[in-house]
Design a protein. Structure first.
Length: 94
């Protein structure tokens, strides 16, 4: 049988981890109800049909740089992710 003091300590440690999460959830829910909602902005730099692209899967970065240069778009990026119909450029934290 577990001692009463041990159960109390376990309860306090669990509360120490879960209480901040519950407080943040309550605060963010309240802010949402008051109208302070987040926003997401998407900006399409260029949209081309597949016939206009000479795509090389091995070197996505060079392909995207060539496409942007052809369209006269200045855009700084380090990596390209995705495949198929969508390619996303991203800065890297490396």
């Amino acid at each position: 049988m577990i001692k009463r003091q041990t159960l109390i300590n376990i309860h306090l440690y669990l509360a120490a981890f879960f209480a901040p999460a519950l407080l943040v959830m309550g605060f963010s829910g309240g802010m949402y109800l008051l109208g302070y909602k987040g926003e997401f902005k998407e900006r399409r730099v260029l949209e081309l049909s597949a016939e206009q692209i000479e795509f090389q899967q091995e070197d996505k970065v060079a392909t995207v740089k060539a496409i942007l240069q052809k369209a006269q778009v200045e855009h700084s990026f380090e990596t390209v992710v995705g495949g198929g119909n969508n390619l996303l450029t991203r800065p890297s934290s490396k």
